[in-house]
Structures are given as structure tokens and as C-alpha cells.
Design a protein around this ligand. Sequence first.
Ligand code: AHM
Ligand code: MG
Length: 332
Amino acid sequence: MTKQYKTLGEFIIENQDSFKYSSGELSRLLNGLRLAAKVVNHEVNKAGLVDILGEAGDTNIQGENQQKLDVLANEKFIQTLRKREIVCGIASEEEDDFISINSFDNNNQNKYVVLIDPLDGSSNIDVNVSVGTIFSIYRRVTPVGSPVTMDDFLQPGTKQIAAGYIVYGTSTMLVYTTGDGVNGFTLNPALGTFYLSHPGMKFPETGNIYSVNEGNYVHFPQGVKDYIKYCQKEEDDRPYTSRYIGSLVSDFHRNMIKGGIYMYPTSSKAPEGKLRLLYECNPMAFIAEQADGLASDGKQRIMEIDPKELHQRVPFFCGSKKMVEKAKEFMK
Ligand code: AHM
Ligand code: MG
């Protein structure tokens, strides 16, 4: 007999009551993200067929070229969340400022804000390599019923209510946490349904994969260089294997399953690091910690950093607990 897998929709409903602020609002929000994920998945998968590849010509706030699919994914997620009136505000890596959702029907009674990187790993889009979406959900700190302010978005990662990612890979998966472990759902494209395929995901305590853009090696701080040399040394269970896709979601996903460390350090080229605290590092850190892993900027726990601006960048070291701890020792 074939095993019956639970669907994401069933899982969200079943777990609604275990969530401490349960009012159904978070469930509706997760359902909204699930829908947008399917729409974006459809676009990503047909990308090779239609003329939507290449750069849109715009540059985003970080001065990088936006590809058309980034723009499209950004629109789809914002549209879905806006139309369903399930959040009071959205901030996106692709938008300069946050968006305030003023719903006149319910006088903006929604409690949650969403921060999103709609399509991460943009350099992989036009070469048929996995990309991902990353999202992070917070409760607003300003009074319900008023327009959102910057304070609602500049919260430390410890305040996250939920976070997750979608990886558009050999299969499409949605992985998320509401602070009670990490669960992964695989999309059956024929039915358009996500099934619980990876319940209770955990990082192995240690692993043998290190993921870093070694092209930047000469620009890295000495501690990072020393740690990389340690990874490569023939001793005990080393040398480790080097695996770097250049798509955070995919590198993270593989390392969570197999055991490994992902690093995006500061360098003389990127003095603050490259990855964004609010759209990329905090949500991945929440998932990592919920899966028994760690996430650090080299000194401090990522989720305890007090954000100063929406598009703030930080160095990022994330993965199996023992590996992150070891890397931190080298960076002292
Ligand atoms: P993006 O948001 O412009 O796609 O940049 C984030 C991505 C990560 O997914 C990936 O790990 C990293 O940038 C790769 O950067 P690099 O090409 O410098 O190694
Ligand atoms: Mg990104």
C-alpha cells in the first residue's frame, strides 16, 4: 500500500491551535505564501520556454541588475499578499521602501508584516540552476489599525513568528518553521499540492561540506582563511568537500540534509558582507536554529542583531552546530 502523505493545507490547519497567538490569521498568511509559491514555481519552470529571461534593465537598491524573473516573483508575492488582505505591511529585497497595506474593509486590523526575498540566487536564473524564495514574518509592534512604520520591520530575528523558504530545484519544496521545528513539503506538480515529505528536519551535528565563494579567498579576513585551510587539511575526518551553488537557499537546503556550513564573510570587496540581514540571514538563521543548527555573523548570534536599516548586510556563517562553532573559534 502506498503511504498517505499529509498536505501542507492540512498541516497548517492541524497546527493552527498549537500556535500561541492563534487567530487563523497566520494560517491565512501561510496559505497566501503557499499560493504565491506555486505561481512563482510555474513561472520559474517555464522560464526557458518564453522570452522572460535576461535582465529587466532596472537596478535594485543595491545597484545590482534585476532579472525579469526577480521582478515577476516580486510582483506575484506582493500581489497575492495584498489582494488577500492578510498583512499590514511588506518589505522586499527588490523594493527600496516597505509597503504599507491599507485595507479599508477591516481598517487595517492585520497584525503581521512579511519580509521577503522573492527570488534569491538571481545569477542562477538564466542558467537553469536552483533558485529560491525566502520569507520572514513578524508581529507588528505599532498599534493595530494604524499604518505600519519602519519600527515594524526593524525587529531582531528573535522576534520572528515564522520563516521559510521555497527551493525551485529538481523538485520544488517549501520548508518553514513557526518556532516548533522545521518541516519540508514537496510539490507534486501534477496536482499542484505540497505534501509533507520532510517532517522534523534537522542539521546533522557536524558534516563534511563547506560552502563559500573561494574566488574571494584573498579578500577574506585571516580567521576565515585559516578556517578554510582547516577544512582542507588532511586530518581526522578532513579534508571536507567544497560545494557552492551560489544560491543561498539551495546551499543551505543541501547542508541541512547532509551536514555542512555555509559562509558569506566580509571581504575587502564587500566590507559588510553581501547577504541582507532582514531578507536572507534572519529567516535562514531561525530555520537553522529550529533545526539544531547555528547562525552567526562570526561573533554574534544573527537573530540578536539589532537592525538599523531595511537593506542592511551582515557576514553570515550558518549550518551544522559543531562546524559553525569551529569557524567562530578561528575568527576570534
Ligand atoms: P541575490 O539576492 O542578488 O541573489 O544575492 C544573494 C546570493 C545568495 O543566494 C548566494 O549565496 C550569494 O548571493 C552568491 O554570491 P556570490 O556570487 O558573490 O558568491
Ligand atoms: Mg537575495
